[in-house]
Design a protein around this ligand. Structure first.
Ligand code: UD1
Ligand code: MG
Length: 415
């Protein structure tokens, strides 16, 4: 009883409790619903196995549903003091007593609305295979509730210019409307960048878990009562901790050899969780630092995403059944190449990012993804080894992010 009483008065402990509970429930439900997913034809073939088995897909929807349920149940906790007396006093305006923090509640509600919309979009994508142009736009629309709350609560649209650029822009520039465009683009980036660093067992959740843990570690650095940023970091933790819980529950089934696939549902849900936290907690730049591998993968993919070079439906690595290892996959492009494609290819080859092979009147090029690049450089690898390698890279990137954020930052900003 004491534990329950204390937990009710300490939202952070409640959040940890929901994370553990959410993880356990996700693990159990995925186990129980596997067959139902197959019956509902929510399936995908595991392309990196000898017999390409049929695997239930989109189980990220269970994970996202349990997560949202945890957040629903959690909402009263940060406001507990208002239900236990203080709220009644506050309704009397004579004493200028504090009023209920509607803006905080607004943040929670808008975050949940955006997260729910993205889960819905991801699930629709798994079922109907939505076209890329819509997939790009919809996360920005789903983030409008967040942007509205941001406008009403903070409305800060200026940025402090890094010291080396101040001779051009001055100390502060007000981006105005562009700041909202930037935040909308962040939602597009976070969701899609996880979805395109995907395709081998465990990699979607693996990268998301490392990003989430990095955000949580960063939040804990600010939890010493005196820090003015403590409140926003607590808000971030309330969203990130249950995310870590449900993701752990799902990765048990998705780790090599996967018995379920997470689907686009999970990728969008995970990306939106990071965007929500970044936007409403004001540290979108720090969050983007944790996305270094995804930023690299996105920039590297651009020639294919923007159709300079053909982009096949799947760019995931190719499974070689005789060695049981993954090799980099290739795309065949007809000659002659467009001049712009030729130019990009020349640069990529000179930086060791591309390998070409001429066959008759076409040319074979490795697909431009981080996974294929690792296979190109470090030879054929076992699927599990490649997932672990990506995760190690993600951890190293987070270490670099912390160094930039807490050490090198002094070269760019004062104080
Ligand atoms: C994105 C990538 C695509 C990549 C795919 C893999 C771009 C532009 N798109 O497309 O190149 O091939 O993700 O997820 O970069 N799968 C496995 N093993 C896994 C996970 C997935 O074989 O561990 C396969 C399954 O057949 C599964 C399919 O990938 O059905 C899922 O692909 P989907 O999420 O629909 O692809 P996109 O997100 O459209
Ligand atoms: Mg996908």
């Amino acid at each position: 009883l004491t534990i329950i009483y204390n937990t009710a008065h300490d939202p952070l402990s409640a959040s940890v409790g929901f994370a553990i509970l959410g993880g356990a429930v996700t693990w159990k439900l995925v186990l129980e619903f596997k067959e139902s997913f197959i019956k509902a034809n929510l399936i995908g073939r595991d392309l990196a196995k000898v017999d390409k088995p049929i695997i239930p897909e989109s189980t990220g929807v269970i994970c996202a549903a349990i997560y949202l349920l945890c957040i629903f149940l959690f909402i009263p906790f940060p406001f507990m003091e208002w239900f236990t007396g203080k709220g009644i006093i506050s309704r009397s305006e004579e004493f200028h007593a504090p009023t209920f923090p509607h803006h905080k509640l607004g943040e929670f509600l808008s975050a949940m609305l955006s997260l729910q919309s993205m889960t819905f979009l991801g699930f629709a994508d798994d079922v109907f295979d939505i076209k890329w142009r819509y997939k790009l736009l919809l996360p920005a629309i789903a983030s409008i509730p967040l942007l509205m709350v941001y406008y009403v609560n903070f409305g800060v649209t200026h940025i402090v210019v890094p010291i080396p650029l101040r001779f051009i822009f001055g100390r502060i520039i007000d981006l105005g409307f562009l700041y909202y465009v930037y935040m909308g683009m962040m939602a597009i980036f976070c969701t899609n960048s996880i979805n395109i660093l995907a395709g081998i067992n465990g990699v979607e959740i693996g990268q998301s878990l490392i990003i989430a843990c990095s955000i949580a570690i960063n939040d804990f650095l600010f939890l010493n009562g005196a820090d003015p940023a403590m409140e926003v970091h607590l808000f971030s933790l309330y969203f990130i901790l249950p995310f870590i819980g449900v993701s752990l529950g799902l990765i048990i089934h998705n780790w090599y050899p996967s018995s379920v696939f997470v689907g686009d549902t999970y990728c969008y849900f995970a990306g939106m969780t990071f965007a929500v936290v970044g936007i409403l907690s004001h540290f979108s730049k720090t969050i983007l630092l944790f996305f270094i591998p995804q930023i690299f993968n996105f920039i590297y993919s651009c020639p294919q995403l923007f159709k300079l070079i053909d982009c096949p439906r799947h760019r995931l690595p190719r499974f070689n059944p005789s060695t049981l290892k993954l090799e980099y996959s290739k795309v065949k492009v007809q000659k002659p190449l467009k001049p712009s494609a030729h130019f990009v290819l020349k640069i990529f080859v000179s930086f060791g990012l591309a390998e070409t092979n001429e066959v008759e009147n076409s040319i074979e090029i490795n697909n431009f993804t981080l996974m294929n690049l690792l296979l190109l450089r470090f030879g054929p690898l076992h699927e599990k080894t490649l997932t672990i390698l990506i995760m190690v890279l993600q951890i190293l990137a987070s270490c670099l992010a912390f160094i930039i954020r807490y050490r090198l930052v002094h070269f760019f900003y004062e104080g």
